[in-house]
Design a protein around this ligand. Structure first.
Ligand SMILES: CC(C)(COP(=O)(O)OP(=O)(O)OC[C@H]1O[C@@H](n2cnc3c(N)ncnc32)[C@H](O)[C@@H]1OP(=O)(O)O)[C@@H](O)C(=O)NCCC(=O)NCCS
Length: 158
């Protein structure tokens, strides 16, 4: 059975490893900001002791930003459970907006979020070039064999 629980300090080494495997390093870059796991809030999806998903987020004056979301067992409802956990937390904190950055190549994520009520609100055409200056490992060709160029901001207003 899948259990969702809060991220703790003890989870950080494993979170760094998941980021490294899925995002190429122990940090991610979005809208020019470097995010490391340490200050982030999050939830972990577990099947017994095994990690099967993670979501991290942070509150700021812009709202609740989802920083990373990784399902390690796709198509079983984990991603949905994880974003719903963040939305519930945002509501609890009286936050009116959950948002995230994804990139133009990630067609799966763009579909996934839109089907769950998120809308595209911003496009930043130069953003990934800027991110590459901080994180040179970001590939030129991204998912689905699409040139990786733009950041897209999606939001759901609560
Ligand atoms: C995007 C991502 C998080 C989605 O996670 P996921 O665990 O596959 O999400 P879900 O299982 O909740 O939903 C995926 C699909 O599976 C379907 N599904 C869910 N439970 C299911 C089940 N028990 N049986 C069959 N299908 C199911 C959902 O309906 C959904 O399809 P839809 O989007 O057409 O409605 C995942 O693909 C991922 O980790 N991608 C790589 C990292 C990434 O891109 N992260 C986001 C960047 S911001």
């Amino acid at each position: 059975m899948i259990m969702i629980r809060r991220l703790t300090q003890a989870d950080l080494p494993l979170l760094r490893q998941v980021w490294k495997e899925n995002w190429g390093d122990e940090f991610v870059v979005a809208h020019g900001v470097v995010y490391r796991p340490d200050p982030l809030d999050g939830f972990i999806a577990l099947d017994g002791q095994e990690w099967v998903g993670e979501i991290t987020f942070i509150f700021s004056q812009d709202g609740c930003e989802i920083v990373t979301l990784d399902s390690l067992r796709e198509g079983q409802g984990l991603g949905t459970k994880l974003i719903n956990s963040v939305i519930a937390e945002a509501r609890k904190q009286n936050c009116k907006r959950v948002f995230l950055i994804t990139t133009n190549d990630n067609l799966n994520a763009l579909g996934f979020y839109q089907k769950r009520g998120f809308e595209m609100v911003k496009i930043n055409r130069g953003a990934v070039n800027e991110s590459r200056k901080i994180k040179p490992g970001i590939p030129l060709i991204g998912m689905n064999n699409i040139p990786l160029r733009y950041e897209l901001e999606l939001e759901i207003v609560l």
